[in-house]
Design a protein around this ligand. Structure first.
Ligand SMILES: [Zn+2]
Length: 411
């Protein structure tokens, strides 16, 4: 077969050069501290090419540093290099409906400064964006060690359906937002590049870049909080889907004759039956029917104040109503995870989000349900663990958004 001749040989050479540089940078981050000779071996590139690329990464982009001598089996010990995560920075935002957390971190994920502010949910989108830009500016100034030019961007984790094609938050039930444009809202006041994505997907990206992903290539990160979602990592890559909606795990139907309507308007969704909000609502409706329970004490008689955490606490203390409600929700989540495991064959499922903070009572019941519902006997045993970074999972994911931009030399 005759190969088509390239129309722009020079452009091609530049492109290949950039791809090689991305490859070398990625290898240095994954394997460092490492010698240039090892990079030559692993990358398959020639020694002069690797030397030229590494020199550029050290002196021009300042993304790689020399870290001293390695050991030698004879001859001159090799000079080792590693990714310069320590002197390059990122700002991450976890935009929650109650609180917004912002953090300045280095590219290794080490926090330098953190600010937490209440989210003015009732004041609407524009007010929240004003607070956000103020927060970002406060994080970026006043650090003598951190040069502003070395802050590579702002990553934002937001709950809701993100339309990646249009770069819009298409719908966020937590904020009651429809088609809002975060980038336009922040453009005028923020001098850094801003990228945002769905909070659950970012938890998975954070796990991929800083946690389980350093060892595993196939895993799923599930978020069980006010809503339910999943970030799915297949062969080391975050699954996006055609429009960027992949991972709307909360909206799989788990009960066909349910009369509980979900925020997405369907009936019988996992989220409508097992999210933190669903657990609280189910317990409230049973209490309203007059069933006796420890919960009456915990909510001081005000049934509308019952939360998922109270239900977990009462269940742990043996309360029957709370156990029924909580265990049933965990069973549904286990059914959902079994389905995910049957389709994607992950090595690990990590779970984060507010409801997962209930601990053993949460994980034990989900594991029981997964064992019961997963395809047997061919399916491997799926490990189910809490997310690596606990309450910082969303922030780590926001950092990872910018880290990926840097590693792709999109800077
Ligand atoms: Zn739904």
């Amino acid at each position: 077969m005759k190969r088509e001749k390239s129309v722009h040989p020079k452009a091609d050479a530049l492109y290949i050069n950039k791809l090689n540089k991305i490859k070398v940078l990625g290898l240095i981050r994954e394997t460092g501290p490492v010698s240039r000779a090892n990079i030559v071996k692993v990358s398959g590139l020639s020694a002069p090419t690797v030397t030229r690329i590494v020199d550029g990464l050290i002196h021009d982009e300042k993304l790689v540093v020399e870290v001293g001598m390695g050991s030698s089996s004879g001859g001159r010990p090799p000079l080792l290099i590693k990714f310069n995560g320590e002197q390059n920075y990122v700002i991450g935002i976890d935009l929650g409906a109650t609180f917004t957390r912002g953090a300045l971190s280095n590219l290794d994920g080490k926090f330098i400064k953190e600010i937490r502010i209440p989210t003015r949910l009732e004041s609407g989108f524009n007010a929240i964006m004003e607070d956000l830009s103020d927060l970002i500016n406060r994080l970026s100034i006043g650090n003598t060690r951190v040069r502003k030019q070395r802050i590579f961007g702002v990553g934002i984790a937001v709950a809701g359906l993100i339309n990646k094609r249009e770069n819009l938050v298409e719908y966020s039930p937590d904020f009651d937002w429809y088609n809002v444009d975060i980038l336009i809202a922040l453009e005028k006041s923020i001098e850094f590049p801003v990228i945002f994505d769905n909070v659950t997907r970012l938890m998975a990206l954070g796990e991929l870049s800083y946690g389980a992903g350093q060892k595993l290539q196939n895993f799923i990160c599930v978020n069980v909080g006010y809503g339910i979602g999943a970030g799915i990592i297949v062969d080391g890559k975050l699954l996006m889907g055609a429009d960027g909606f992949a991972g709307e795990f909360g909206h799989i139907t788990v009960e066909t004759d349910s009369d509980i309507q979900c925020s997405c308007k369907k009936y019988g969704c996992l989220e409508a039956l097992a999210s933190g909000r669903a657990i609280a609502l189910t317990a409230r409706s049973r209490l309203a029917r007059g069933q006796s329970s420890l919960l009456v004490e915990l909510c001081e008689g005000d049934v509308d104040k019952v939360t998922a955490k109270m239900v977990a606490d009462a269940a742990r203390n043996g309360d029957e109503l709370a156990r029924n409600v909580f265990y049933r929700a965990m069973e549904y989540i286990g059914i959902g995870i079994s389905n995910l495991a049957n389709i994607f064959n992950p090595e690990l499922v990590t779970i984060g989000g507010g409801v997962s903070l209930a601990g053993d009572i949460f994980f034990d019941n989900i594991r029981k349900s997964v064992d019961k519902n997963i395809m047997q006997p061919t399916s491997r045993k799926v490990e189910i663990l809490p997310v690596a970074f606990g309450e910082n999972a969303a922030l780590m994911g926001a950092f990872a958004l910018i880290l990926h931009r840097v590693l792709n030399l999109d800077i």
